[in-house]
Design a binder for this molecule. Structure first.
Ligand code: HEM
Length: 131
């Protein structure tokens, strides 16, 4: 039980750090701040997101909520949300030249997707109901 709570706390903490770094990095690239290109700014999010993913997988093992099963429909939807969030992250923060309008649109969309991810995680009620 203690391991479960430790993992869950780690998962929630890394989720908060992930969102905070995402917002900060968007802001820095929008302001064309040199902070965007700092080495730690490129490395820390990867370490954090690896911990987020790792703790997520460990929680799946411990809770037995499996995607693509009737009890895990919320998780299936959440994982699709995570994939969409990652793709939007590439559009927002990627090095390819893109207009600020496209980046802003993708950023706002990513925040909506994040809201849905957290809503699914906390309520465990699927939105669409597919398996
Ligand atoms: C952007 C990425 C993610 C965010 C923001 C996020 C957020 C959260 C939050 C806030 C909770 C706690 C819900 C509560 O209060 O009960 C949670 C629970 C959970 N997450 Fe994630 N998560 C993410 C990625 C993942 C991934 C990739 C996996 C699986 C591979 C995963 C698996 C789980 C599981 C199984 C729980 C349920 C734990 C429980 O309630 O006992 N999460 N997630």
């Amino acid at each position: 039980m203690a391991t479960y709570f430790a993992l869950k706390h780690l998962h929630i903490l890394t989720a908060i750090i992930s969102v905070s770094l995402f917002v900060l990095r968007y802001w820095w690239q929008y302001r064309e701040s040199t902070l965007s290109n700092k080495r730690w700014v490129r490395i820390v999010p990867h370490i954090n997101d690896t911990l987020l993913l790792g703790s997520g997988i460990a929680l799946v093992m411990m809770t037995h909520f499996y995607p693509f099963t009737p009890q895990g429909t919320w998780l299936t939807e959440k994982l699709f949300g995570v994939i969409i969030y990652i793709v939007l992250g590439f559009i927002v923060l990627g090095r390819r030249p893109r207009s600020q309008q496209v980046r802003l649109f993708a950023f706002l969309l990513a925040l909506v997707v994040l809201y849905i991810i957290v809503k699914l995680a906390t309520t465990k009620i699927p939105l669409l109901g597919f398996v």
